[in-house]
Design a protein around this ligand. Structure first.
Ligand SMILES: [Zn+2]
Length: 443
């Protein structure tokens, strides 16, 4: 990641295509970035006509023994909630994950660097990032095939552009399968990363077209494997290897946190506090909420404070007024977050962020508080960070934009109040071990 390259430019990420629950055709919500603060979202049904509207069964209440693990809202492409049933659309997020890595080029964009050099742009950085983020719970095993497969048609003929849709992806994957033939054994992988030669398409500082698709089978390989969890990476991205961290995050089930419809709004949502928001941001780790959903945090590492009305029925919850010692999110061990749910689909989360690990470039530290909504769609702002210092911008990183939340964490004496939800979170002080102590009150 270069701070110089991105000066004055607005950057966004990729896109995502998903649809679970046995539908054969995925939704595709794909987008790229552009220099102007205007983004287009494409919601595309696959052209094979096999998809119907999503089945809605109503938002199930979280189980009493996990009252803070809010259930995923039905009918969304991708909810921030916990699914009632694990979806095969996503790769498992703990244990070993095997990622096949293929390289492609085109007759009008022949590879201009070796596959080894292209591979080295992403690995071992990506697996090291995931090892840190998951506290060693996700073992990412990339398996590269170090040659370029020449696509049968020129790049210009595919219609690959920002926000390209499922039909383009499917055509590409079907061509790729033909070109690869039996040269690659696709069996036994959890995901496939396809990395295009960086000279194919527009420079990534003009537009980002990298994309991830899951939930639909784009093509079937010669050995009978379905290409249904695929990230495709283009260009040299200012995010560096983290573009692949972001894309693979979708394959694990995480939504986009930036605003697809109004990219500038990202500055008031998650800002630079999660790689699913701005993957080039200073604070690049995943939120504790994401880590809990992915199984990288155990329930015992997440405090849970329910409202007074529910406290009698929910034995698993912590009592209101309890003091929590929160350890830094970036390092293993300890209590990492407190979740304070209200309503069926909303919760506040408090966690401690410090300039360590995947947040090593963080420009501020303290108790970060954010609101999670499980009924808000990917790309529409399911997570909003509470800004403890709303009148300041910190660390004018990369551009004049998207810095508003960089000083969002609360310090000692900080108090967050949502009076309508009856929630108060007080930051009592810093621990000698590097964590912070908070007290959660609610009525
Ligand atoms: Zn994305």
């Amino acid at each position: 990641m270069s701070r110089k390259r991105d000066s004055g430019q607005w950057r966004a990420r990729d896109g995502l295509g998903i649809r679970g629950g046995g539908l054969r055709a995925p939704w595709a919500a794909a987008l790229g970035s552009l220099l102007r603060p205007l983004l287009v979202v494409l919601l595309v049904f696959a052209a094979d006509g096999s998809a119907g509207p999503p089945v809605s069964a109503g938002l199930a209440a979280p189980p009493a023994f996990r009252p803070c693990a809010l259930r995923a809202a039905p009918g969304l492409q991708m909810s921030e909630g916990f699914p009632a049933v694990r979806s095969s659309d996503y790769a498992h997020s703990t244990g070993g994950v095997r990622a096949l890595v293929l390289f492609i080029d085109f007759s009008d964009a022949p590879a201009d660097e070796s596959p080894s050099a292209r591979y080295a742009e992403f690995f071992p950085a990506v697996q090291q990032w995931y090892a840190r983020a998951s506290y060693g719970r996700l073992h990412y095993h990339p398996v590269p095939v170090l040659r370029y497969f020449r696509m049968p048609r020129p790049f210009s003929s595919y219609g690959i552009e920002r926000g390209y849709g499922w039909p383009v992806h499917r055509a590409m994957m079907r061509d790729l399968v033909k070109v690869v033939g039996h040269a690659v054994d696709f069996r036994g992988y959890d995901m496939v990363n396809i990395i295009a030669t960086p000279n194919a398409g527009p420079p990534a500082d003009e537009t980002v077209v990298s994309v991830t698709w899951t939930g639909g089978n784009a093509a079937t390989t010669a050995d009978g494997t379905r290409l249904n969890r695929v990230s495709v990476i283009y260009g040299h991205d200012q995010a560096g290897y983290r573009v692949l961290v972001h894309e693979n995050g979708h394959l694990l089930g995480l939504p986009d946190l930036y605003s697809m419809s109004d990219f500038s709004r990202t500055d008031t949502l998650a800002g630079q506090w999660d790689s699913m928001s701005l993957d080039w941001g200073l604070q690049g780790d995943f939120f504790a909420w994401h880590k809990w959903r992915l199984g990288w945090l155990s329930d015992s590492q997440v405090g849970c404070v329910v409202g007074a009305a529910a406290v009698k029925q929910v034995k698993a919850a912590d009592p209101p007024g309890q003091i929590f010692h929160l350890a830094p999110l970036e390092t293993p061990g300890g209590r990492k977050a407190v979740v304070v749910p209200y309503g069926r689909a909303t919760a506040y989360v408090a966690e401690v962020r410090r300039p360590l690990g995947n947040d090593v470039q963080a420009c501020s530290q303290g108790v970060l508080i954010y609101r999670v909504r499980t009924d808000v769609e990917t790309g529409d702002g399911p997570i909003s960070v509470v800004n403890a210092h709303p009148s300041t911008q910190a660390c004018q990183f990369s551009s004049d934009s998207f810095n508003s939340l960089n000083r969002a964490p609360f310090g000692t004496g900080g108090r967050f109040t949502d009076s309508s939800a009856g929630i108060e979170i007080d930051v009592l002080g810093k621990d000698p071990e590097g964590g912070w102590t908070v007290q959660v009150k609610r009525r």
